[in-house]
Ligand binder design. Structure first.
Ligand code: PMP
Length: 391
Protein backbone atom coordinates (compact mmCIF):
# COMPACT_ATOMS: atom_id res chain seq x y z
CA UNK A 1 0.00 0.00 0.00
CA UNK A 2 1.33 3.41 -0.90
CA UNK A 3 -1.51 5.87 -0.50
CA UNK A 4 -4.60 6.31 1.65
CA UNK A 5 -6.64 5.79 -1.50
CA UNK A 6 -5.19 2.27 -2.07
CA UNK A 7 -6.21 1.13 1.40
CA UNK A 8 -9.60 2.83 1.29
CA UNK A 9 -10.40 1.18 -2.07
CA UNK A 10 -9.39 -2.32 -0.93
CA UNK A 11 -11.41 -2.06 2.28
CA UNK A 12 -14.39 -0.78 0.35
CA UNK A 13 -14.27 -3.87 -1.85
CA UNK A 14 -14.20 -6.46 0.95
CA UNK A 15 -15.62 -5.08 4.21
CA UNK A 16 -19.12 -5.73 5.46
CA UNK A 17 -20.19 -2.23 4.57
CA UNK A 18 -21.57 -1.64 8.06
CA UNK A 19 -19.37 1.34 8.84
CA UNK A 20 -19.54 4.75 7.22
CA UNK A 21 -15.79 5.16 6.66
CA UNK A 22 -13.70 8.27 7.18
CA UNK A 23 -11.61 9.31 4.16
CA UNK A 24 -8.22 8.33 5.60
CA UNK A 25 -6.32 5.13 6.39
CA UNK A 26 -4.62 4.85 9.77
CA UNK A 27 -1.38 2.87 9.84
CA UNK A 28 0.35 3.87 13.09
CA UNK A 29 -0.23 5.53 16.43
CA UNK A 30 1.86 7.01 19.21
CA UNK A 31 0.42 8.59 22.34
CA UNK A 32 -2.49 10.82 21.29
CA UNK A 33 -1.33 10.94 17.66
CA UNK A 34 -2.42 8.80 14.72
CA UNK A 35 -0.69 8.69 11.33
CA UNK A 36 -2.20 7.94 7.95
CA UNK A 37 -0.60 5.97 5.12
CA UNK A 38 0.97 9.12 3.68
CA UNK A 39 2.61 10.14 6.96
CA UNK A 40 0.14 12.84 7.96
CA UNK A 41 -0.34 13.21 11.71
CA UNK A 42 -3.74 13.66 13.40
CA UNK A 43 -4.67 14.52 16.98
CA UNK A 44 -6.85 11.65 18.09
CA UNK A 45 -10.07 12.72 19.83
CA UNK A 46 -11.75 9.45 18.82
CA UNK A 47 -9.49 7.52 21.18
CA UNK A 48 -10.39 4.12 19.75
CA UNK A 49 -14.03 5.05 20.51
CA UNK A 50 -13.07 4.87 24.16
CA UNK A 51 -10.62 1.96 24.03
CA UNK A 52 -7.49 4.14 23.89
CA UNK A 53 -7.53 5.94 27.25
CA UNK A 54 -3.78 5.23 27.50
CA UNK A 55 -3.13 6.40 23.95
CA UNK A 56 -1.54 4.33 21.22
CA UNK A 57 1.23 1.78 21.77
CA UNK A 58 1.99 2.83 25.34
CA UNK A 59 5.42 1.24 26.02
CA UNK A 60 4.26 -0.54 29.20
CA UNK A 61 1.36 -2.16 27.32
CA UNK A 62 3.53 -3.13 24.35
CA UNK A 63 6.09 -4.76 26.68
CA UNK A 64 3.41 -6.69 28.58
CA UNK A 65 1.77 -8.00 25.40
CA UNK A 66 5.13 -9.00 23.89
CA UNK A 67 6.27 -10.81 27.03
CA UNK A 68 2.96 -12.68 27.42
CA UNK A 69 2.71 -13.56 23.71
CA UNK A 70 6.02 -15.39 23.97
CA UNK A 71 4.81 -17.40 27.00
CA UNK A 72 1.10 -18.24 26.49
CA UNK A 73 -1.68 -16.71 24.39
CA UNK A 74 -4.58 -19.14 24.66
CA UNK A 75 -5.92 -20.61 27.90
CA UNK A 76 -9.67 -21.11 28.41
CA UNK A 77 -11.11 -20.54 31.86
CA UNK A 78 -11.49 -24.26 32.55
CA UNK A 79 -7.78 -24.03 33.40
CA UNK A 80 -6.73 -21.66 36.17
CA UNK A 81 -3.94 -19.43 34.87
CA UNK A 82 -1.24 -17.34 36.58
CA UNK A 83 -1.83 -14.06 34.73
CA UNK A 84 -5.61 -14.32 35.07
CA UNK A 85 -5.39 -15.09 38.79
CA UNK A 86 -3.15 -12.08 39.30
CA UNK A 87 -5.37 -9.82 37.24
CA UNK A 88 -8.61 -10.87 38.94
CA UNK A 89 -7.15 -10.00 42.33
CA UNK A 90 -5.76 -6.68 41.09
CA UNK A 91 -8.99 -5.63 39.36
CA UNK A 92 -11.03 -6.68 42.42
CA UNK A 93 -8.80 -4.50 44.58
CA UNK A 94 -9.30 -1.53 42.23
CA UNK A 95 -13.10 -1.88 42.06
CA UNK A 96 -15.23 0.28 44.38
CA UNK A 97 -16.94 -2.74 45.98
CA UNK A 98 -15.97 -6.35 46.84
CA UNK A 99 -16.59 -8.47 43.75
CA UNK A 100 -16.41 -11.62 41.72
CA UNK A 101 -15.54 -11.04 38.08
CA UNK A 102 -16.58 -12.59 34.76
CA UNK A 103 -14.19 -11.85 31.90
CA UNK A 104 -15.24 -11.60 28.25
CA UNK A 105 -14.20 -9.75 25.10
CA UNK A 106 -16.25 -6.62 24.43
CA UNK A 107 -18.74 -4.15 25.80
CA UNK A 108 -21.79 -5.80 24.26
CA UNK A 109 -20.65 -9.19 25.58
CA UNK A 110 -20.25 -7.76 29.06
CA UNK A 111 -23.72 -6.16 28.91
CA UNK A 112 -25.19 -9.39 27.57
CA UNK A 113 -23.64 -11.36 30.44
CA UNK A 114 -24.78 -8.82 33.04
CA UNK A 115 -28.39 -9.05 31.77
CA UNK A 116 -28.28 -12.83 32.02
CA UNK A 117 -26.77 -12.67 35.51
CA UNK A 118 -29.53 -10.29 36.63
CA UNK A 119 -32.22 -12.71 35.48
CA UNK A 120 -30.32 -15.63 36.99
CA UNK A 121 -29.83 -13.96 40.37
CA UNK A 122 -33.35 -12.55 40.77
CA UNK A 123 -35.45 -15.11 38.90
CA UNK A 124 -37.26 -12.11 37.37
CA UNK A 125 -37.47 -11.19 33.65
CA UNK A 126 -37.83 -7.39 33.55
CA UNK A 127 -35.02 -5.07 32.48
CA UNK A 128 -35.44 -1.29 32.67
CA UNK A 129 -32.97 0.81 30.69
CA UNK A 130 -32.99 4.51 29.86
CA UNK A 131 -34.01 6.64 26.90
CA UNK A 132 -30.91 7.71 24.92
CA UNK A 133 -29.01 4.83 26.58
CA UNK A 134 -26.54 2.80 24.53
CA UNK A 135 -25.39 -0.67 25.54
CA UNK A 136 -24.28 -2.46 22.37
CA UNK A 137 -25.55 -4.27 19.28
CA UNK A 138 -26.08 -7.93 20.21
CA UNK A 139 -29.71 -8.93 20.75
CA UNK A 140 -29.81 -8.49 24.54
CA UNK A 141 -27.65 -5.38 24.59
CA UNK A 142 -29.63 -3.99 21.66
CA UNK A 143 -32.87 -4.60 23.53
CA UNK A 144 -31.50 -2.33 26.26
CA UNK A 145 -30.27 0.27 23.74
CA UNK A 146 -32.78 2.99 23.05
CA UNK A 147 -32.12 4.47 19.59
CA UNK A 148 -34.82 3.20 17.23
CA UNK A 149 -32.66 3.26 14.09
CA UNK A 150 -30.41 0.63 15.72
CA UNK A 151 -33.39 -1.46 16.91
CA UNK A 152 -36.05 -1.32 14.23
CA UNK A 153 -34.50 -3.56 11.55
CA UNK A 154 -34.08 -6.33 14.12
CA UNK A 155 -37.43 -6.64 15.87
CA UNK A 156 -38.69 -8.65 17.64
CA UNK A 157 -36.04 -8.03 20.29
CA UNK A 158 -35.78 -9.70 23.71
CA UNK A 159 -39.07 -9.48 25.65
CA UNK A 160 -39.55 -7.62 28.95
CA UNK A 161 -37.24 -4.68 28.24
CA UNK A 162 -38.50 -1.12 28.75
CA UNK A 163 -37.04 2.40 28.77
CA UNK A 164 -37.57 5.35 31.11
CA UNK A 165 -36.33 8.94 30.70
CA UNK A 166 -32.74 9.30 31.95
CA UNK A 167 -32.55 11.45 35.05
CA UNK A 168 -36.21 11.04 36.02
CA UNK A 169 -36.67 9.15 39.30
CA UNK A 170 -40.48 9.40 39.36
CA UNK A 171 -40.69 7.68 35.97
CA UNK A 172 -38.38 4.95 37.22
CA UNK A 173 -40.34 4.51 40.45
CA UNK A 174 -43.51 4.06 38.38
CA UNK A 175 -41.87 1.53 36.06
CA UNK A 176 -40.16 -0.75 38.59
CA UNK A 177 -42.23 -3.69 39.81
CA UNK A 178 -41.97 -7.10 41.44
CA UNK A 179 -40.96 -8.60 38.07
CA UNK A 180 -38.07 -6.17 37.52
CA UNK A 181 -34.72 -7.98 37.51
CA UNK A 182 -32.55 -4.95 36.88
CA UNK A 183 -32.22 -1.27 36.14
CA UNK A 184 -29.38 -0.60 33.66
CA UNK A 185 -27.80 2.89 33.53
CA UNK A 186 -24.71 4.71 32.30
CA UNK A 187 -23.17 7.18 34.79
CA UNK A 188 -22.75 9.52 31.81
CA UNK A 189 -24.69 8.71 28.66
CA UNK A 190 -21.97 8.57 26.02
CA UNK A 191 -23.39 7.65 22.61
CA UNK A 192 -26.69 9.27 23.62
CA UNK A 193 -25.17 12.76 23.57
CA UNK A 194 -22.62 13.04 26.44
CA UNK A 195 -25.15 13.55 29.24
CA UNK A 196 -23.81 13.27 32.80
CA UNK A 197 -26.25 11.92 35.39
CA UNK A 198 -27.97 14.78 37.23
CA UNK A 199 -26.88 15.22 40.89
CA UNK A 200 -28.47 12.60 43.10
CA UNK A 201 -29.87 10.57 40.21
CA UNK A 202 -27.70 7.47 40.62
CA UNK A 203 -28.24 7.47 44.40
CA UNK A 204 -31.98 7.68 43.74
CA UNK A 205 -31.82 4.79 41.27
CA UNK A 206 -29.90 2.73 43.84
CA UNK A 207 -32.54 3.50 46.46
CA UNK A 208 -35.39 2.44 44.17
CA UNK A 209 -33.53 -0.76 43.31
CA UNK A 210 -32.86 -1.58 46.97
CA UNK A 211 -36.51 -0.99 47.88
CA UNK A 212 -37.85 -3.28 45.14
CA UNK A 213 -35.22 -6.01 44.93
CA UNK A 214 -34.18 -5.00 41.40
CA UNK A 215 -30.44 -5.08 40.76
CA UNK A 216 -28.55 -1.91 39.83
CA UNK A 217 -26.48 -2.56 36.69
CA UNK A 218 -24.04 0.24 35.90
CA UNK A 219 -22.61 0.31 32.36
CA UNK A 220 -19.12 1.85 32.58
CA UNK A 221 -17.98 0.56 29.20
CA UNK A 222 -17.35 4.15 28.04
CA UNK A 223 -16.93 5.95 31.39
CA UNK A 224 -14.58 3.47 33.08
CA UNK A 225 -10.80 3.48 33.52
CA UNK A 226 -10.22 7.12 34.25
CA UNK A 227 -12.27 8.73 31.50
CA UNK A 228 -14.42 10.89 33.80
CA UNK A 229 -11.71 11.82 36.32
CA UNK A 230 -12.14 8.82 38.63
CA UNK A 231 -11.05 5.26 37.85
CA UNK A 232 -14.81 4.48 37.68
CA UNK A 233 -17.44 7.17 37.10
CA UNK A 234 -19.73 5.64 39.70
CA UNK A 235 -17.21 6.80 42.32
CA UNK A 236 -18.37 10.41 41.75
CA UNK A 237 -21.75 9.39 43.22
CA UNK A 238 -20.69 7.15 46.11
CA UNK A 239 -23.25 4.59 44.89
CA UNK A 240 -22.47 0.86 45.08
CA UNK A 241 -23.86 -1.03 42.08
CA UNK A 242 -24.86 -4.68 42.23
CA UNK A 243 -23.19 -5.30 38.89
CA UNK A 244 -20.57 -3.14 37.13
CA UNK A 245 -19.99 -3.54 33.38
CA UNK A 246 -16.56 -2.78 31.89
CA UNK A 247 -14.80 -2.97 28.51
CA UNK A 248 -13.15 -0.54 26.03
CA UNK A 249 -10.04 0.75 27.85
CA UNK A 250 -9.87 -2.10 30.38
CA UNK A 251 -6.90 -3.66 28.53
CA UNK A 252 -5.65 -0.48 26.82
CA UNK A 253 -7.05 -1.44 23.42
CA UNK A 254 -6.74 -5.23 23.51
CA UNK A 255 -10.28 -6.66 23.25
CA UNK A 256 -11.65 -7.40 26.70
CA UNK A 257 -14.80 -6.95 28.75
CA UNK A 258 -15.61 -7.64 32.37
CA UNK A 259 -18.64 -7.95 34.61
CA UNK A 260 -18.08 -7.36 38.32
CA UNK A 261 -20.75 -8.82 40.58
CA UNK A 262 -21.06 -7.81 44.20
CA UNK A 263 -19.48 -10.57 46.33
CA UNK A 264 -22.69 -10.97 48.34
CA UNK A 265 -24.15 -12.94 45.39
CA UNK A 266 -21.47 -15.61 45.81
CA UNK A 267 -20.32 -17.74 42.86
CA UNK A 268 -22.69 -18.22 39.90
CA UNK A 269 -24.02 -21.69 39.05
CA UNK A 270 -21.39 -23.50 36.92
CA UNK A 271 -22.16 -23.72 33.22
CA UNK A 272 -24.78 -20.95 33.08
CA UNK A 273 -22.59 -18.69 30.91
CA UNK A 274 -19.15 -18.71 29.30
CA UNK A 275 -16.73 -17.58 26.59
CA UNK A 276 -13.85 -19.27 24.76
CA UNK A 277 -11.63 -16.19 24.69
CA UNK A 278 -12.83 -14.71 28.01
CA UNK A 279 -9.97 -14.26 30.47
CA UNK A 280 -7.30 -15.20 27.94
CA UNK A 281 -3.73 -14.59 29.16
CA UNK A 282 -2.87 -12.05 26.46
CA UNK A 283 -5.78 -9.76 27.37
CA UNK A 284 -5.14 -10.29 31.09
CA UNK A 285 -1.48 -9.33 30.68
CA UNK A 286 -2.45 -6.15 28.83
CA UNK A 287 -5.11 -5.37 31.44
CA UNK A 288 -2.65 -5.89 34.31
CA UNK A 289 -0.20 -3.49 32.71
CA UNK A 290 -3.01 -1.02 32.00
CA UNK A 291 -4.20 -1.07 35.62
CA UNK A 292 -0.63 -0.38 36.76
CA UNK A 293 -0.37 2.58 34.38
CA UNK A 294 -3.76 3.99 35.47
CA UNK A 295 -2.42 4.06 39.01
CA UNK A 296 1.25 4.98 38.50
CA UNK A 297 0.64 7.75 35.99
CA UNK A 298 -2.36 9.03 37.95
CA UNK A 299 -4.47 8.79 34.79
CA UNK A 300 -7.86 9.61 36.41
CA UNK A 301 -6.36 12.73 38.02
CA UNK A 302 -4.93 13.73 34.63
CA UNK A 303 -8.37 13.28 33.04
CA UNK A 304 -9.99 15.39 35.74
CA UNK A 305 -7.55 18.29 35.31
CA UNK A 306 -7.41 18.18 31.51
CA UNK A 307 -11.17 17.72 31.23
CA UNK A 308 -11.86 20.73 33.47
CA UNK A 309 -9.48 22.83 31.36
CA UNK A 310 -11.03 21.64 28.07
CA UNK A 311 -14.63 22.25 29.20
CA UNK A 312 -13.73 25.78 30.32
CA UNK A 313 -11.74 26.54 27.17
CA UNK A 314 -14.62 25.39 24.95
CA UNK A 315 -17.17 27.37 26.97
CA UNK A 316 -14.94 30.47 26.87
CA UNK A 317 -15.06 30.39 23.05
CA UNK A 318 -18.72 31.44 23.31
CA UNK A 319 -19.43 29.95 19.90
CA UNK A 320 -22.84 30.93 18.50
CA UNK A 321 -22.99 27.53 16.73
CA UNK A 322 -22.90 25.73 20.10
CA UNK A 323 -25.96 25.25 22.29
CA UNK A 324 -24.16 23.65 25.24
CA UNK A 325 -20.75 22.32 26.23
CA UNK A 326 -20.99 19.49 28.76
CA UNK A 327 -19.10 16.51 30.09
CA UNK A 328 -17.25 14.93 32.96
CA UNK A 329 -13.47 14.55 32.93
CA UNK A 330 -12.30 13.98 29.36
CA UNK A 331 -15.70 12.77 28.14
CA UNK A 332 -16.74 16.01 26.48
CA UNK A 333 -19.63 16.92 24.21
CA UNK A 334 -20.59 20.05 22.31
CA UNK A 335 -24.29 20.17 21.51
CA UNK A 336 -24.46 22.02 18.22
CA UNK A 337 -27.35 23.93 16.67
CA UNK A 338 -26.75 21.93 13.49
CA UNK A 339 -25.62 18.44 12.50
CA UNK A 340 -22.31 17.22 13.87
CA UNK A 341 -21.22 15.26 10.79
CA UNK A 342 -20.07 18.24 8.62
CA UNK A 343 -18.18 19.62 11.62
CA UNK A 344 -16.36 16.30 12.07
CA UNK A 345 -15.44 16.30 8.37
CA UNK A 346 -14.13 19.87 8.61
CA UNK A 347 -12.08 19.04 11.72
CA UNK A 348 -10.33 16.33 9.75
CA UNK A 349 -8.93 19.04 7.47
CA UNK A 350 -7.47 20.64 10.60
CA UNK A 351 -5.86 17.34 11.59
CA UNK A 352 -8.31 16.55 14.39
CA UNK A 353 -10.27 13.29 14.60
CA UNK A 354 -13.57 13.53 16.50
CA UNK A 355 -16.81 11.60 17.00
CA UNK A 356 -20.54 12.27 16.91
CA UNK A 357 -22.86 11.37 19.81
CA UNK A 358 -26.25 11.48 18.16
CA UNK A 359 -27.10 13.77 15.25
CA UNK A 360 -26.06 17.13 16.72
CA UNK A 361 -23.46 16.45 19.41
CA UNK A 362 -19.73 16.60 18.71
CA UNK A 363 -17.95 14.21 21.10
CA UNK A 364 -14.30 14.33 22.13
CA UNK A 365 -12.74 11.16 23.58
CA UNK A 366 -9.00 11.92 23.49
CA UNK A 367 -6.51 9.57 25.14
CA UNK A 368 -6.22 10.70 28.76
CA UNK A 369 -2.46 11.10 28.29
CA UNK A 370 -3.00 13.84 25.66
CA UNK A 371 -0.65 16.79 26.10
CA UNK A 372 -1.77 20.35 26.80
CA UNK A 373 -0.37 21.63 23.48
CA UNK A 374 -2.57 19.14 21.61
CA UNK A 375 -5.65 20.11 23.63
CA UNK A 376 -4.98 23.73 22.70
CA UNK A 377 -4.74 22.78 19.02
CA UNK A 378 -8.05 20.92 19.30
CA UNK A 379 -9.75 23.97 20.83
CA UNK A 380 -8.29 26.21 18.11
CA UNK A 381 -9.46 23.82 15.37
CA UNK A 382 -12.99 23.66 16.81
CA UNK A 383 -13.09 27.45 17.04
CA UNK A 384 -11.90 27.82 13.43
CA UNK A 385 -14.39 25.27 12.10
CA UNK A 386 -17.41 26.50 14.04
CA UNK A 387 -16.70 30.15 13.24
CA UNK A 388 -16.62 29.55 9.49
CA UNK A 389 -19.62 28.68 7.33
CA UNK A 390 -20.04 24.92 6.87
CA UNK A 391 -20.99 23.30 3.57
N1 PMP B 1 -22.03 0.25 26.54
C1 PMP B 1 -21.63 1.51 26.33
C2 PMP B 1 -21.95 2.54 27.36
C3 PMP B 1 -20.92 1.85 25.17
O1 PMP B 1 -20.54 3.12 24.97
C4 PMP B 1 -20.62 0.84 24.23
C5 PMP B 1 -19.85 1.13 22.95
N2 PMP B 1 -19.90 2.40 22.48
C6 PMP B 1 -21.06 -0.46 24.48
C7 PMP B 1 -21.75 -0.73 25.65
C8 PMP B 1 -20.79 -1.58 23.51
O2 PMP B 1 -19.43 -1.91 23.49
P1 PMP B 1 -18.82 -2.76 22.28
O3 PMP B 1 -18.80 -1.86 21.09
O4 PMP B 1 -17.44 -3.13 22.77
O5 PMP B 1 -19.68 -3.94 22.08
Amino acid sequence: FVTNADIIAQEAQYTSGLYPKRPLAIVRGEGAHLYDAEGRMYIDCVGGQGAANLGHSHPAIVAAIREQAERLISCPEIFPNDVRAAYLAELAAALPFPSRIFLCNSGAEAVEAALKFARLLTGRPGIIATMRGFHGRTMGALSATWESKYREPFVPLVPEFSHVPYGNLDALRAAVGPQTAAVLVEPVQGEGGVRPAPDGYLAGVAEICAATGALLLVDEVQTGFGRTGKLFAIEHSGVTPDILILAKSIAAGVPMGAVALHERFGPLPPGTHGSTFGGNPLACAAARAALRVYREERIPEQAAAKGAWLLQALRDLNLPAVREVRGLGLLVGLELKSRSQPVIAALLDHGVLALPAGPNVLRLLPPLIIEQADLERVVAAIAAVLRSPLP
